[in-house]
Design a protein around this ligand. Structure first.
Ligand code: FPP
Ligand code: MG
Length: 261
């Protein structure tokens, strides 16, 4: 949702005030995004598909900053599904180039992850990416390894079933070696998100009016996750879409903790 009706000079004050009010209530520990609608955004604005994905990256940066200002400890974003390799070579190449260029930029000294002490985890089958993208990922992760305040999980190339299968494989191998049985806790602890230290998933948000999980964090959202859908295309998603979602989370948390009469 855009906020074009507000003069730009006022917008910053309104946003900071809104964030301060929100921060006084319960804050989710972990929020995940299915960043959907980049191509429809591009078509709507007569732009090329690549420009839609670039606008998606700008939105990711903007939304991440809002989350960090709210002291949300962990943000996960679905940046590339294993299924996305089936898209046209032009689109896949554009996404690879975006990842290669923007990952390092995000981690530079003085940039967002450095400023807020965010550790970057790239989660998924990174070996499927071209070597220059893998190199950028290694470098970007190394640049943020010492950061302890927050976590950004960029899931790419990722699917949840692949993550669960890999975890089960690891658990079975260990169980055979040690003659133990595999428990639910073992599978949970060996998920890539949990190996990276992510707290339980409190909110999962999907943009663009599509109501599907698309193989994203299926295990993680089985516990107490609030699933939220919004019609806004991802590149347009901003604070004014996020506020009602956080307020809804806070209302449910207060209702849970209220003494029953
Ligand atoms: C889904 O919209 C979006 C993607 C497949 C790519 C998401 C990538 C970004 C937001 C760029 C960010 C990140 C990095 C680090 C490279 P869609 O393409 O399915 O659009 P549609 O639903 O309108 O068809
Ligand atoms: Mg889509």
């Amino acid at each position: 949702m855009t906020s074009g009706w507000l003069p730009h000079s006022l917008l910053g004050y309104v946003q900071d005030f809104a964030l301060k009010v929100l921060a006084a209530g319960p804050i989710p520990r972990h929020v995940a995004f299915v960043m959907d609608g980049n191509r429809r955004y591009a078509r709507k604005h007569n732009k090329q598909i690549q420009q839609g994905h670039s606008a998606g990256f700008v939105a990711l940066r903007r939304v991440l900053e809002v989350c960090l200002k709210l002291n949300i400890r962990c943000v996960s974003a679905y940046a590339f599904s294993i299924e996305n390799f089936k898209r046209s070579p032009d689109e896949v190449d554009a996404l690879m180039k975006l990842a290669e260029d923007k990952l390092l930029e995000l981690c530079q000294h003085g940039n967002l992850l450095d400023e807020y002490g965010v550790r970057l985890n790239v989660i998924g089958r990174t070996e499927m990416f071209p070597e220059p993208v893998q190199a950028a990922i290694r470098k970007a992760e190394a640049m943020t390894r010492q950061n302890k305040r927050s976590i950004l999980n960029l899931c790419m190339p990722y699917t949840s079933r692949d993550e669960i299968t890999t975890s089960v494989e690891t658990c079975v191998r260990k169980a055979v070696e040690t003659d133990c049985i595999v428990t639910e806790k073992d599978i949970n602890d060996n998920l890539l998100t949990n190996l990276g230290g992510s707290p339980p998933l409190d909110i999962l948000i999907r943009t663009s009016g599509v109501k599907r999980l698309s193989d994203y964090l299926l295990w993680q959202c089985c516990e107490d996750t609030q699933i939220q859908y919004t019609d806004t295309y991802w590149p347009d998603f901003g604070l004014f879409d996020f506020i009602p979602i956080i307020l809804d989370y806070q209302r449910k948390m207060w209702a849970k903790s209220a003494p029953s009469s």
